[in-house]
Design a protein around this ligand. Structure first.
Ligand code: NAD
Length: 288
């Protein structure tokens, strides 16, 4: 099956980037959000990103017009009845994802693949909410989706070979390097990354080092493009907390348990860049 039309559910940080990547690769892209306000915010996020691409010389005005023409936005899933694949990128909560998948299963064509961008949840639990577990798969994009080269494709014990191959081909069409992981909490990348991030928070909360020294240590000492506390602000502390909780639930290993400071910061609404304050403070996209 050749994928021509893609649906994206959720136009937050990830969904808006994934929708942009799909439309830029020539695919008709339908985007759905839970309400009109979130939908308008998602549309603005895509428009701003395309505008940055135009100003930086990566896209011409004509490219932007064609990409915009391929994108459509709606506050319901009903527009997805002609989609070949739907990529879900809503909040990292199992009950919400299960609800969306069971509704999608009734709307999309029989041949369509249903994929989730979950960072940590058991995909088999999501797949069983549908009548097509063999067509359910994980497509784990990285933030920002238009820039990051990796796509982690996650197959469950029920995913068919056709579904895996068609999803891999889609990832390549989107210009991504595809790696394949099993449906185990954290897949490959977060399984390794989360203990590192949690240990950075623990170093900071124990007073062992300042946040700037921790971040500079990893940037200048290990060649990372940003430090772990900066990266947490970038990911969103609420999303990181969901991931820690899911991985701790899966493995009961202390490395995955959310440090108390991370939980308190989320409780305080310090979610990182998206709320203007996390480990650092932000004005627009600028760190202060
Ligand atoms: P986000 O909070 O920025 O966006 C989530 C969006 O989903 C919001 O706009 C919200 O309105 C919308 N939404 C919630 N319920 C919905 C529903 N029922 N129907 C339609 N829309 C709904 O979160 P995000 O960072 O974009 O994360 C989305 C998913 O991507 C999560 O599963 C997360 O684990 C995963 N992910 C995040 C990152 C990251 O760095 N932030 C990286 C990879 C994967």
């Amino acid at each position: 099956m050749e994928i021509r039309t893609v649906g994206v559910v959720g136009a937050g940080l990830m969904g808006s980037g994934i929708a942009e990547v799909c439309a830029r690769s020539g695919l008709r892209t339908r985007v759905a959000e839970s309400n009109e306000e979130a939908l308008a915010a998602g549309r603005r996020r895509v428009e701003r990103s395309l505008d940055r691409g135009r100003q930086g010389g990566k896209l011409s005005a004509e490219d932007v017009e064609q990409i915009t023409d391929r994108l459509s936005f709606s506050a319901t899933l009903d527009e997805f009845s002609d989609c070949d694949i739907v990529i879900e990128a809503i909040v990292e909560r199992l009950a919400d994802k299960v609800d969306v998948f069971s509704r999608l299963d009734r709307i999309v064509p029989e041949h369509a693949i249903l994929s989730t961008n979950t960072s940590s949840l058991p995909i088999m639990e999501i797949a069983r909410a549908t009548g097509r577990p063999d067509r359910v798969i994980g497509t784990h994009f990285f933030n920002p989706a238009p820039v990051m080269k990796l796509l982690e494709v996650v197959r469950t014990i029920a995913t068919s070979d056709d579904t895996l191959n068609e999803t891999r081909a889609l990832g390549e069409k989107l210009g991504k390097r595809v790696i394949v992981a099993q449906d185990r909490g954290g897949f490959i990348v977060n399984l390794l990354l989360i203990p590192f991030l949690n240990n950075a928070v623990r170093l900071y909360e124990s007073g062992f080092a300042t946040k700037d020294d921790i971040d500079e240590g990893m940037c200048l000492g290990c060649g990372h493009p940003m430090g772990p506390l900066q990266l947490l602000d970038y990911i969103g502390l609420d999303t990181a907390l969901f991931v820690c909780d899911a991985l701790y639930e899966e493995y009961a290993i202390r490395d995955y348990a959310a440090p108390p400071l991370l939980k308190r910061m989320v409780a305080a609404g310090y979610l990182g860049r998206k709320s203007g304050r996390g480990f650092y403070e932000y004005e627009g996209a600028q760190k202060r």
